[in-house]
Each structure stands twice: as structure tokens, then as C-alpha cells.
Design a binder for this molecule. Structure first.
Ligand code: NAD
Ligand code: UDP
Length: 311
């Protein structure tokens, strides 16, 4: 049994990770300030003797004797990370420093939940880990994109200078149960709109693409990444290469729900990436991992989840 700290553990991905780690027999400390997380995501774990919830903001230091740290704390949906951009960059940068210093002190391994956003609006397609990206440093998305890039830098420098045991994964668009109806990301927005027979809001023309990963595939990759030897730091892309235009996604959701919703078009937000697809060669090689749940199957699970949500 390991003692494992999960920051952002009450969020969408973090709650799945906490459940998996408890199921695997570990002791889990879930740190979260509940900004975009929800107690309902971890309700089933609260009474568990190996689970502890701590309401803590990672921009402040935290101390505990732990074996492993997963750093997931950071709002991930554009509307939420842009709500208080200064707070977002503090969470990414000060949070990374606080948690990696804890890893350094305790000798714990630490995994950083980085993002495909480090590639910005990419000129290389699909994106490989060698690509340095095309990121606007002063735009509306920069608090998140540059915050995550800086966190990667902090991790690599601690590893080079102090031998801190780090892992970096770059997560591509992920969806699944425990997303909140007002999360604001595209799959949850479209399904909630379709179930309510409201207009489906496409930003721009809908020609932009994303590649969508189901959350359980991501969790499996995170566990495998943490289990790799200290010489393997990443960064490693973790995503599902199945790529769709946003218009294709809207039509799939309408068909799956059997909705009467109409599609409407709204302005494209600033710096919205035109295309996104992971090259997962590294993950296949080093983690012996590949996604197993593709969009048609995953959308069914998401529709069932929101049908039972009491929207
Ligand atoms: P989420 O918003 O559901 O979860 C983030 C969690 O972090 C929330 O519970 C929130 O309350 C908590 N949090 C935010 N700021 C905090 C702070 N200062 N201190 C403590 N807790 C704080 O988002 P998610 O989709 O579950 O994303 C989890 C992580 O994965 C994030 O770091 C995100 O950048 C990364 N990621 C997610 C995706 C995706 O598609 N879901 C893609 C790339 C990267
Ligand atoms: N999007 C959209 N309608 C929505 C929400 C998002 O058309 O209601 C678009 C958004 O502009 C982007 C894509 O869907 O092109 C994915 O957006 P999301 O916020 O899910 O993730 P990210 O842009 O960070 O990849």
C-alpha cells in the first residue's frame, strides 16, 4: 500500500483517479479547493478509511509524508481558467513549485498533468512530443497554456538539478462522467444542450478539430506512467487519436440523444486551436498503452451520465 497525494482530486479527472487508487488498495490524500471540483464527485469515498479529503489551495505549501504525488489541481475548461486568469497562472506555477518541493523533500515520485495546450495552435499535425508548439504568450488562453508550459520547465529543472523523480504527461481533450453540467467544455455543453432540446452552440464554423479521449483510458495511462522507472520522465502524449470536427461532434450528439436541438454558430474565441491530434507512439512504446474506448461508445456513457444527473 502506498500513500498517494492527488491535488485536484475532487475534479473530473482527479475523482476518477482517487477511486482507482483506493480500489488498488492505496491510501489517498485528496487536496482540492473546490473551485471547479465538487464534493459529489468524491461522496462515495469520503467515509473510506484509506481516503482523506483536505480543503487546501496548492498555491500555498502543503506537507505530508507521501510516496507519490499526482498534480492535477488547475481549472481546465477555458471559461473557468479565464474567470480569474491571475489565479490560474498562480495555481499552475506556484502550485507546481509547492508540490515538487514536497516531492523533493520526501523523495516521492511526482506526476504533472500537463496538456496538449502546450502545443498551442499547432503547425505540426499530429503533434509529437518533440514539437515545441505555437503558443501566444499574451492572449486569453495564455494563463493556462503558459502556466502549464512553465510547470513543465519547473519539473524538468528539478529533475536535472536535484534528481527529483518526475513524470510529465500531456493530456489531450478528455471527457467522461463527473464532468459538471456547467463545465463549459464542448462534449458536456453539447450533450446537456441536446438533452434540454436547447440550441447547440458551435463556436466558429465547426471546422476546427479535436481528438477525444474517454476518462478511464487516461486513468490507466496515468497509473502506467507513474509505474515507469525513474529514468523515464516524459513528456508523453496521452490521448485518443480519433479526430473529429466540432460540427461532426455536434451531429453525433444530436443523433445519439435523438434531440430536437438546432445548431447555432457563435464567434470563435481568441486563439482557439484549429486542429488537435496526439501522436501516441511514445505512450505505446513506453507504457504499452493505447486507448480502448472510442467516441461513439464514450458518447453513450456520457449521455447516460447526464440523463441520470437531474439536469
Ligand atoms: P477540473 O476543473 O474538473 O479539475 C481541476 C480540480 O482542481 C478541481 O477539483 C478544482 O477545484 C481543483 N483546483 C483548481 N485550482 C486549485 C488550487 N489552486 N488548489 C487546489 N485545487 C485546485 O478539470 P479536469 O478536467 O479534471 O483536469 C484535471 C487536470 O488535468 C488539470 O490540471 C488539467 O489542466 C489537466 N488536463 C485536463 C484535460 C481534459 O481534457 N480534461 C486536458 C489536458 C489537461
Ligand atoms: N466549443 C464549441 N461550443 C461549445 C464549447 C466549445 O464549439 O459550447 C469548441 C471550442 O471553441 C473548441 C472546441 O469546441 O474549438 C473544444 O473546446 P473545449 O473548451 O472543450 O476544449 P479546448 O478548446 O481547450 O480544446
Amino acid at each position: 500500500m502506498k500513500k498517494i497525494l492527488v491535488s485536484g482530486g475532487a475534479g473530473f479527472i482527479g475523482s476518477h483517479l482517487c477511486s482507482r487508487l483506493i480500489k488498488d488498495g492505496h491510501q489517498v490524500i485528496c487536496l482540492d479547493n473546490l473551485f471547479t471540483g465538487a464534493k459529489r464527485n468524491i461522496e462515495h469515498l469520503i467515509a473510506h478509511p484509506r481516503f482523506q479529503f483536505v480543503n487546501h489551495d496548492i498555491t500555498l505549501p502543503y506537507t505530508a509524508e507521501v510516496d507519490e504525488i499526482y498534480n492535477l489541481a488547475c481549472p481546465a475548461s477555458p471559461i473557468h481558467y479565464q474567470y480569474d486568469a491571475i489565479k490560474t497562472i498562480k495555481t499552475s506555477v506556484l502550485g507546481a513549485i509547492n508540490l515538487i518541493e514536497l516531492a523533493d523533500k520526501t523523495g516521492a515520485k511526482i506526476l504533472q498533468a500537463s496538456t496538449s495546450e502546450v502545443y498551442g495552435d499547432p503547425h505540426v499535425h499530429p503533434q509529437t512530443e518533440e514539437y515545441w508548439g505555437n503558443v501566444n504568450p499574451i492572449g486569453l488562453r495564455s494563463c493556462y497554456d503558459e502556466g502549464k508550459r512553465c510547470a513543465e520547465t519547473i519539473f524538468m529543472d528539478f529533475n536535472r538539478m536535484k534528481g527529483t523523480r518526475i513524470k510529465i504527461i500531456r493530456i489531450f481533450n478528455t471527457y467522461g462522467p463527473n464532468m459538471l453540467p456547467d463545465d463549459g467544455r464542448v462534449i458536456s455543453n453539447f450533450i446537456v444542450q441536446a438533452l434540454r432540446n436547447e440550441d447547440i452552440t458551435i463556436y466558429g464554423t465547426g471546422a476546427q478539430t479535436r481528438s477525444f479521449q474517454y476518462v478511464t483510458d487516461l486513468i490507466e495511462a496515468m497509473i502506467r506512467m507513474m509505474a515507469t522507472g525513474d529514468e523515464f520522465t516524459g513528456p508523453v502524449n496521452i490521448g485518443n487519436p480519433n479526430e473529429f470536427t466540432i460540427l461532426e461532434l455536434a451531429n453525433k450528439v444530436i443523433a445519439e440523444v435523438g434531440s430536437e436541438s438546432k445548431i447555432i454558430f457563435k464567434p470563435l474565441p481568441m486563439d482557439d486551436p484549429q486542429q488537435r491530434q496526439p501522436d501516441i507512439t511514445l505512450a505505446k512504446k513506453y507504457l504499452d498503452w493505447q486507448p480502448t474506448i472510442f467516441l461513439d461508445e464514450g458518447l453513450k456513457y456520457m449521455v447516460d451520465y447526464f440523463k441520470n444527473y437531474n439536469l
